[in-house]
Design a protein around this ligand. Sequence first.
Ligand SMILES: Nc1nc2c(ncn2[C@@H]2O[C@H](COP(=O)(O)OP(=O)(O)OP(=O)(O)O)[C@@H](O)[C@H]2O)c(=O)[nH]1
Length: 334
Amino acid sequence: MTERLPLHLISGFLGSGKTTLLQRMLGAPALGDSAVLVNELGEIGLDHHLLRHIDGETVLLRNGCVCCTVRDDLGAALKDLLSRRARGEIPGFSRVIVESTGLADPVPILSTIAAEPSLRHHVRIGRVITTVDAVNAGLQSRQQPEFASQIAVADRIVLTKTDIADAGTIAAAMAQLRLINPGAAIDRAMAPDLDVADLLAEPQTSAALSAEASAWTRPSARFQAVAAHDAGVQSFCMVFDRPIDWVTLGIWLTMLLHAHGERVLRVKGLLDIAGSDYPVVINGVQHVMHKPLHLDAWPDEDHRSRLVFILRDLPRDLVERSCLAFLGLVPAYA
Ligand SMILES: Nc1nc2c(ncn2[C@@H]2O[C@H](COP(=O)(O)OP(=O)(O)OP(=O)(O)O)[C@@H](O)[C@H]2O)c(=O)[nH]1
């Protein structure tokens, strides 16, 4: 079977710096062989001097990237792009980068890929990068429900406009991001050493996967780090001393996502599975569960299972109680 192409998503609220970041990415030599889909709302935003038209909808960027705008149907645009690539009508590419509109909830975009068999065969979900405007994060989180979804699903967050925000505003934005998404690494767009290609790099080795899983489930993210968020979003981590039965967990998660998938913005786990010597990482975005990853080592000496949830308008104790009852486990609070 041919390798599936990673599809990376750049999300973030209106004006938060998605296009600016995308332009920087497309300037990075390592990302030259990318196809870009811009989910259009208003103008494209890309500098038109960089573009050379292939046909009415697809353009070739100066560095060889293919770019087209998507008005309604991302799935159809992606299929079209893939079939034209297969026919040799457009240059080859080894990743797809989608810039979503600032008002989009990113989850339906991810679901489109995961749910559509003809796409799933060729494309897999890569990284979700969310840009956050440090100046306006407070206001947007109070007023815009998409804001929390965009933060919750991020693997990496890029904080923009720190050059025009004061220290207190930046600290407040950081604290807010940590409440919604305790695990994603946060970079500053203005940091001189920001490697934009690295934002899309997926952890390849067991050690890198393990380090990332450990960041998601670090002690400060455990039970005490719960906070009701303005948009009804809360994150918490359950920790278990005893090994978890894989099949039972799978059934429980399936039931949870079936009943409340819309409200389970994110679930991540670093799990001690009964009968397995090594940990398993699970990662889900609402109804979409990624393939579990088997690590060949624990990140540290703490070998307890940890399950992180980011919920919207779903009481935490409902999830906790049903999980504990189903798995027949007692959580460790330490
Ligand atoms: N000062 C400053 N301005 C920035 C930064 N990032 C982006 N901008 C500016 O913010 C404005 C909006 O940036 P865009 O990259 O177009 O934002 P966007 O998220 O693509 O916007 P939409 O497509 O409307 O959702 C532009 O004028 C950028 O130059 C930053 O880190 N600092």
